[in-house]
Design a protein around this ligand. Structure first.
Ligand code: F6P
Length: 558
């Protein structure tokens, strides 16, 4: 690997810094004097329309940002990723989630580190599809011969957030009479509540874990196995012996992992395990076999359509010049806001209830990827990196935190995502309810951009101190992402878009967006503290004063 380029030493950075000094954004003025702005800043991306015009950016700034991408080698780094270079330096791994969505028969074939990647990806996809079909059709049954009606995906982080987000987004397409639930938290409430009303005879558990070592997932998988044995036993559905219990696991547990040996140790038949590879990061894995629960619920065709959506955006990134490359431009705008205009967070506001888990999904994607203080060669970064991503579906957010976005003191760039056609076309007294949702989407981006001046407030008859309170400063940046409908393909496009936005920012900052060492310390300490929770005096004495005091409180209130 070459050394990362320090973005702050480039001439483009200096140029941007100079532009920032005199930057006086005025969206009202820009829209009034530049009739071509919207057309210039509206870009197609597969099925999506991306309107960047309400961002705090001028042609000069955008051109300098593109130069920054050139000077920091964003395109070269993307090419390195696609061909399987070990850009995940700290784990010495290739980063090939884009290979998971290459169509069958792509030329030239992708061979990395001696592995025929295309062949292996297609082979697992075929296994996933075949298994999903068997469960959907009822050919696969539980131990009592009944069809599966409920799938419970047990996983956490990337082995949960992607599947649950996509399931919620595409649930209207779930057509096989199979409900899917997701258990992730080690808080026993999660599994207790998700299994409370289930019939074990018709429940299939998918244990999804890249490493198959994750404490939360393995604990929940063992709890699920105990629950299965206990409930089936109590119903007289299985005998009270080892063979019957093994048979029950074989019918009700499947696994997705890169560690198939550990899957077998857990007692899951390797025949019922679906693999993937260390070059798929957890937060980039929804399009691998980790999507098994999705292929079951939505059908293999919908899953493949999702993959095709991802691929269309990969192709866009690969073939489009930087100045028209949508994920690159959106990543560069985030750099502009973070490093030059002082933004610390970024809101993602889907005007679609189906995308209720999209902000949570993006939190892992963006913050686990770019929450780094050292570059890929171990040297400290010289500028701020990853911003805090957050959000809620509109219009719920409007009645909660939008106040701060409209009138607060902080700059919060926001992405608004909306769809022309609803999944449920309901009317209220003849009025299209989805139309009301979309009116809000349009109204909010307009209010944020153009605000309301004191003169406009006064013209409505307001006087005195209330004028200031009712004034909206405007110039609050938004990007509008609009698509005809939330189809599997469009969802794949959206996810890939954010993957590549994240990639672009990481490339500019010179960081490794594909490791996550920051989650390790807490995991280690939890293992050390567990004996103290259980009463071990030595483990308790080894803790700091605050932790000891909290442990005392715990004991006193048990
Ligand atoms: O939280 C750290 C992490 O490693 C994530 O990156 C990952 O998605 C999650 O844990 C789950 O890991 P696994 O799939 O190995 O159980």
């Amino acid at each position: 690997m070459t050394s990362p380029i320090d973005a702050t030493t480039t001439s483009a950075w200096a140029e941007l810094d100079e532009l920032r000094r005199t930057f006086a954004p005025d969206l009202r003025e820009w829209f009034a004097t530049d009739p071509g702005r919207v057309e210039r800043y509206s870009l197609p991306l597969a099925d999506l329309l991306i309107d960047l015009s309400k961002n705090l950016v001028t042609d000069d700034v955008l051109a300098a940002l593109v130069r920054l991408a050139e000077q920091t080698g964003v395109a070269e780094r993307f090419a390195e990723m696609l061909r399987g270079a070990h850009i995940n330096t700290t784990e010495d791994r290739a980063v090939l989630h884009t290979a998971l969505r290459r169509p069958a028969g792509s030329e030239p074939a992708l061979v990395v580190d001696g592995q025929d990647v295309d062949h292996d990806v297609q082979a697992v996809l075929a296994e996933v599809s075949a298994f999903a079909d068997r469960v959907r059709s009822g050919e696969w049954t539980g131990v009592t011969g009944e069809k599966v009606t409920h799938v419970v995906n047990i996983g956490i982080g990337g082995s949960d957030l992607g599947p649950v987000m996509v399931y919620e987004a595409l649930k209207p397409l779930a057509d096989a009479g199979i409900e899917t639930r997701f258990v992730s938290n080690i808080d026993p409430t999660d599994i207790a509540q998700k299994t409370a009303d289930l019939d074990p005879a018709t429940t299939l558990f998918v244990v999804a874990s890249k490493t198959f070592t994750t404490l939360e997932t393995l604990t929940n998988a063992r709890l699920a196995r105990d629950w299965l044995w206990e409930r089936l036993g109590a119903a007289g559905a299985i005998a009270d012996d080892e063979t019957a219990r093994k048979d029950a696991v074989a019918h009700h547990f499947v696994a997705v992992s890169t560690a198939l040996d550990r899957v077998a140790e857990f007692g899951i038949d390797p025949q019922n395990a679906f693999g993937f590879w260390d070059w798929v990061g957890g937060r980039y894995s929804v399009d691998s076999a980790i999507g098994l629960s999705l292929a079951i619920a939505l059908g293999p065709d919908a899953f493949r359509e999702l993959l095709a959506g991802f691929h269309s955006v990969d192709e866009h990134v690969r073939t489009t010049p930087l100045e028209r490359n949508v994920p690159v431009l959106m990543g560069l705008l985030n750099v502009w806001y973070t490093n030059f205009l002082g933004a610390q967070s970024h809101a993602v506001l889907p005007y679609a209830q189906q995308l209720s888990r999209f902000p949570a999904y993006l939190q892992q994607l963006t913050m686990e990827s770019n929450g780094k203080s050292v570059r890929w060669d171990g040297t400290p970064v010289t500028t701020d990196t990853g911003e805090v991503f957050w959000g809620e579906p509109g219009t719920n957010g409007q009645h909660a935190f939008y106040q701060l976005i409209h009138q607060g003191t902080r700059l919060i760039p926001a992405d608004f995502i909306a769809f022309v056609n609803p999944a449920y076309p309901l009317t209220d007294g003849g009025r299209d309810v989805h139309g009301l949702l979309l009116s809000n989407f349009l109204a909010q981006t307009k209010a944020l951009a153009f605000g309301k001046t004191a003169q406009e407030v006064e013209a409505e008859g307001t006087t005195g101190p209330l004028v200031a309170a009712r004034t909206f400063p405007g110039n609050r940046p938004t990007t509008s992402l609009f698509a005809p409908a939330l189809t599997p393909a469009v969802l794949g496009q959206l996810i890939a878009l954010y993957e590549h936005i994240t990639f672009t920012q990481g490339a500019v900052w010179g960081i490794n967006s594909f490791d996550q060492w920051g989650v390790e310390l807490g995991k280690q300490l939890a293992l050390q503290i567990a004996p103290a929770i259980e009463g071990d005096a030595d483990a308790t004495a080894a803790q700091d004063a605050s932790t000891r005091s909290l442990l005392e409180y715990y004991r006193a209130h048990r």
